[in-house]
Design a protein around this ligand. Structure first.
Ligand code: FAI
Length: 509
């Protein structure tokens, strides 16, 4: 190949020595001169392969506890000289700088050290200086030099060495250089984030895992998920998650987080909103009553439970066509039943915390905010009417208010006996949301007498309490805060409806 180059010399300096042996063996087979740093040198010597200590090149020992070992013109001159530039060649001859054709580096594990909870001094020592400089230098000079910037490139590189007798093409060297700048930019992003601790409002994220999806929201849109699903779920069965599945899974997991300390709770979601939700004494009952909320919308839905799914519940679920089933665990027999549908996606959710910040693109930038962490408790509800909710109404108000927070605005949730009767979702007016909810509840033959109503934001006028009161709703939870709150309160007082304020608006757009 015209642009192939034979590797004649290499500098190897790796923190983690695992996986290095096959490369060393290939390089030895090709009579490559190997330069190396302390620990790596010892590892190579133990393999019985000749290695030149980098100190022989630099005529300096490793100093300052290893902070300076490869940072030397003889090393960087050997990497950065342009093989086709006469001036560079004249200078490296003058200063007796040997050429270095290959650099293999594995950086100090900065991210892992931070995650381990190590103290600041230990973390600072894990900021690699020499290694990152070697990576940048070799990647910059990819026309002449091969850079292997992490263990992730080892197997590809060994294959090239074997197949191409120790030669690499320009295209291969450029591809490794791209990987190198990915490694170095990811590394520096994490160092920045450690130093910044959110003080400077800069958007700097680096996510290494990504998954190309079948398509985006629609088949003509390309879709990619940047993240690591494996950190949150064990995927036990089923087809690839789609873009829309992922949005629903996100909505489902965040909704169920709200019920993690409650009794057995089951939710069914469609288009990011719950169409069924119930808390019962068993997960099977919870599933049945969640499904009863809207058995029509449940078709093709995303199902989530807050407790282990047993075989009987799985048998019931199996009668429904659903895309995804999520639970903290499944009985073996339940899995067997659920796996009977080839495409059904089964996710076992791991007990890990989700990130505290949310991002979304808008216009030519990114919006960032804290997650809505406020989970209103019934003990904190402020009663605003002469009639106060009964104990069971309080339970229902808390239940409905948890759901309202996870439903698209404007929304109204109607609930009774810890079961979602119906909601109005994503409406441009609150009255529309209520009318939609009433219509839906009635269409599934729910009796709204003694139901409760939750609203994600205040009522600007008393119209909602009037309409709901006429249907039999007799307890209401809302944030409050309208200049016309009194009108809604007065209506409730005149009609024996209990109303409580949370003080917290829960818009979700
Ligand atoms: N300071 C330097 O000149 C330097 N040169 C290479 N390193 C790092 O030293 C590590 C390898 O050290 P050893 O071969 O001694 O185990 C690698 O992670 C490499 O990225 C250095 N250490 C940190 O900056």
């Amino acid at each position: 190949m015209a642009d192939s180059k034979k590797i004649k010399s290499a500098l190897i300096s790796v923190f983690d020595k695992a996986g290095l042996e096959p490369i060393i063996r290939e390089l030895a087979k090709n009579q490559v001169t190997i330069y190396s740093t302390g620990g790596t040198q010892a590892f190579i010597e133990d393999l019985g392969v000749n290695v030149v200590p980098v100190e022989d090149l630099t005529s300096y020992p490793s100093i300052l506890g290893g902070r300076v070992k490869t940072l030397h013109p003889k090393v960087f001159g050997g990497i950065l000289n342009r093989r086709d530039l006469a001036d560079d060649q004249q200078q490296i001859a003058e200063y007796e700088i040997p050429e270095i054709d290959l650099v293999i580096v594995d950086l100090y594990p900065f991210e892992k050290t931070v995650a381990s909870g190590a103290d600041q001094a230990a973390i600072i020592e894990k900021i690699d200086i020499g290694g990152i400089s070697l990576i940048r230098a070799a990647a910059k000079n990819y026309k002449d030099v091969v850079i292997i910037p992490s263990v992730d490139q080892y197997s590809e590189f060994v294959e090239i060495l074997e197949k191409q007798n120790g030669e690499t093409t320009l295209e291969q060297r450029k591809s490794f250089a791209r990987d190198a700048f990915n490694v170095s930019s990811h590394y520096d992003t994490h160092i920045f984030r450690y130093f910044n601790q959110g003080e400077k409002e800069l958007f700097k994220q680096s996510i290494q895992d990504s998954q190309v999806l079948r398509y985006g929201e629609n088949p003509h849109q390309k879709g990619i998920f940047h993240g690591d699903m494996g950190a949150i779920f064990d995927k036990l069965h089923g087809k690839e998650l789609s873009y829309n599945n992922l949005l629903d899974v996100d909505a489902a997991v965040n909704l169920m987080e709200e019920f993690k300390n409650d009794g057995p709770t089951f939710a069914i979601l469609k288009h990011n909103n719950a169409c069924g939700l119930a808390t019962r004494s068993s997960i099977r009952e919870a599933y049945k009553d969640a499904l009863a909320g809207d058995p029509v919308s449940a078709f093709g839905g995303i199902l989530i439970a807050n407790t282990k799914i047993d075989a009987e519940t799985a048998g019931d679920i199996n009668e429904l066509f659903c895309e995804v089933v999520i639970a903290p665990d499944f009985e073996e027999a339940a899995l067997e039943v659920l796996k009977s549908k080839k495409n059904r996606i089964i996710l076992r959710q791991k007990p890990v915390e989700l990130p505290a910040r949310q991002f979304r693109t808008i216009l030519n930038g990114v919006l960032e905010q804290d997650k809505d962490f406020i989970s209103d408790k019934k003990e904190d509800f402020e009663s605003k009417t002469s009639s106060v909710p009964t104990a069971s109404q309080m339970e229902d108000l808390e239940f409905a208010n948890k759901l309202v927070k996870h439903t698209k605005s404007n929304t109204i949730v109607l609930a009774k006996n810890k079961q979602l009767l119906a909601s109005g979702t994503g409406q441009t007016s609150r009255v529309d949301a209520l009318v939609q909810a009433i219509h839906k509840a009635k269409s599934f033959k729910f009796d709204l007498q003694d139901a409760v109503m939750a609203s994600d934001a205040f009522f600007p006028f008393p119209d909602c309490v009037e309409i709901a009161g006429n249907e039999g709703v007799n307890a209401v939870v809302q944030p409050g805060g309208s200049i016309k709150d009194e009108l809604s309160i007065n209506y409730c007082n005149e009609n024996g409806i209990a109303m409580v304020f949370t003080g917290n608006r829960h818009f979700k757009h």
